[in-house]
Ligand binder design. Structure first.
Ligand SMILES: [Zn+2]
Length: 466
């Protein structure tokens, strides 16, 4: 037990605790066990629901879908699918042939055997059949390993230029020209860029040799690839192109707008966790041994620098050449919209289409566990008021002590027992220009920290159990 409604860590911390200690166990091997009997999967879902509700400090009766929305977690079925996609992507990235081969065999068995016709398929096989890795675009990840590299190759840092740009395009152009002039005249300039949009990920490079015509290459990457991967991949592909050009000697300058990748390349290679970065370092060094000097430079993105603007368009174009993939987020949105249209919970009237940003993130600057828990209970109307407790069978009567029906609106706005505090609350709301007549639903429809605080004060001062 790490938290209850009014005590314990902040909701955000409790969710982290959940991901580290509970979700990690639920995740383990789930791409395989995801095919077991539904009743077993339901038991696991119950574990998840209980943990999330406790982390948020909401009542056990709170609908599970709202719990997902407010915790920022997804249903386990979506999570399994997501992890399966991630694993397939990783196999492809690392060139893992044995496992990919096994997945293919399983897919064949699943399609042909009578036994599997009547059975649920493991998520990994299902995802594989639906979206074989071959459809992930022309993505071939390098498979460098630290042990392949010579010690000396790795320790000397790469040369890198970080010019001082401003917001003025003419100044930026002259800064770039100055840098170009400081380099030998035979330098090949290669602009690289990656792009990630909701349709997918892509990268491109634009090489401008001083004497020949320019070369353009673009690559569609797996939608799971991050923007960092896309930016690094563009550089990697550019170096491969240089390597295969069979034109030893000369100079090359790689111009990237990704500071994080360029900083990553300056790390001590022994600390590098990213094979792609390590491969870039290795390729640059190998080009060095063939007599070609490779340097890197940062260009400011979206600063009207012509080469960078062009390569940006190319990277975006690389994405749209493929089919849009149904993403986890889209599926979650669909599930939410379906749920919200059929649910009678007042919370769903506030958020009919898109699941909201969890309240704990909206109130990040006001981390207050009891306040957030109370607001979630008021928003979902799953609180310890007489009508709800009566509905749950905990109380024999839905009536308040004063004899009226004990809804939340009654307790806050019209119960004579709370009258002095209700008057204080109403005065506060009038001062905040809230239109009257109002109700709890109206007050909570839009996040307003001031109203939250006023309501919370009311709850604390009246000693109401929410
Ligand atoms: Zn009452």
């Amino acid at each position: 037990m790490v938290a209850r409604r009014s005590w314990g860590g902040a909701q955000e911390v409790c969710i982290l605790f959940y991901t580290a200690y509970i979700r990690s166990i639920l995740d383990y091997a789930c791409v395989w066990y995801g095919a077991v009997n539904v009743s077993v999967l339901n038991q696991l879902a119950t574990v998840q629901h209980k943990a999330l509700k406790q982390a948020l400090g909401v009542m056990k009766s709170t609908p599970n879908m709202i719990t997902y929305a407010e915790s920022g977690e997804k249903p386990l079925s979506l999570r399994r699918e997501f992890l399966a996609k991630k694993i397939l992507f990783k196999w492809q990235c690392t060139g893992e042939k044995n496992l990919a081969c096994k997945a293919t065999n399983l897919a064949v068995i699943a399609l042909t055997s009578k036994y599997w016709n009547a059975k649920q398929l493991p998520p990994l096989v299902k995802v594989y059949m639906h979206d074989p890795p071959a459809h992930h675009g022309d993505f071939k990840f390098p498979t460098a390993h630290p042990f392949h590299n010579k010690y000396d190759d790795l320790t000397t840092p790469l040369s890198e230029f970080v010019p001082k740009y401003t917001d003025c395009p003419t100044h930026n152009t002259s800064v770039l020209l100055e840098m170009f002039n400081s380099l030998p005249s035979d330098t090949i300039r290669i602009y690289t860029d990656g792009s990630k949009m909701k349709e997918g990920t892509g990268c491109a490079f634009l090489a401008q040799p001083p004497s020949h015509s320019e070369t353009v290459q673009r690559y569609k990457l797996s939608p799971q690839a991050s923007i960092f991967t896309a930016e690094a991949m563009a550089i990697y592909k550019a170096l491969i192109w240089l390597f295969e050009a069979n034109d030893p000697g000369g100079n090359a300058l790689i111009l990237s707008d990704s500071q994080s990748v360029l900083n990553g390349l300056q790390q001590d290679p022994h600390q590098m966790r990213n094979y792609l970065l390590l491969d870039i370092v290795e390729l640059a060094k190998r080009l060095g041994t063939r007599g070609m000097t490779v340097a890197f430079a940062w260009v400011k993105g979206h600063a009207k620098i012509q080469g960078n603007e062009r390569v940006d368009t190319l990277a975006k174009a690389a994405i749209t050449t493929g089919v849009e993939e149904k993403q986890l987020q889209t599926q979650w949105r669909q599930q939410w919209a379906e749920y919200a249209s059929s649910s009678h919970n007042v919370y769903c009237k506030t958020y009919p289409d898109v699941p909201p940003t969890p309240l704990m993130y909206k109130l990040r600057n006001n981390q207050n566990r009891p306040l957030i828990a109370t607001m979630l209970r008021l928003q979902t109307q799953h609180a310890r008021n007489p009508t709800h407790l009566f509905r749950l069978g905990i109380k024999n009567s839905p009536l308040c002590e004063c004899g009226e029906v004990g809804t939340l609106n009654h307790i806050i706005f019209s119960c004579p027992q709370n009258n002095p505090h209700t008057q204080l609350l109403l005065t506060h709301l009038t001062a905040s220009n809230i239109p009257f007549p109002t109700s709890l639903e109206c007050l909570l429809a839009k996040p307003n920290i001031d109203i939250y605080k006023a309501l919370f004060k009311f709850v604390v001062q009246t000693g109401t159990t929410i």
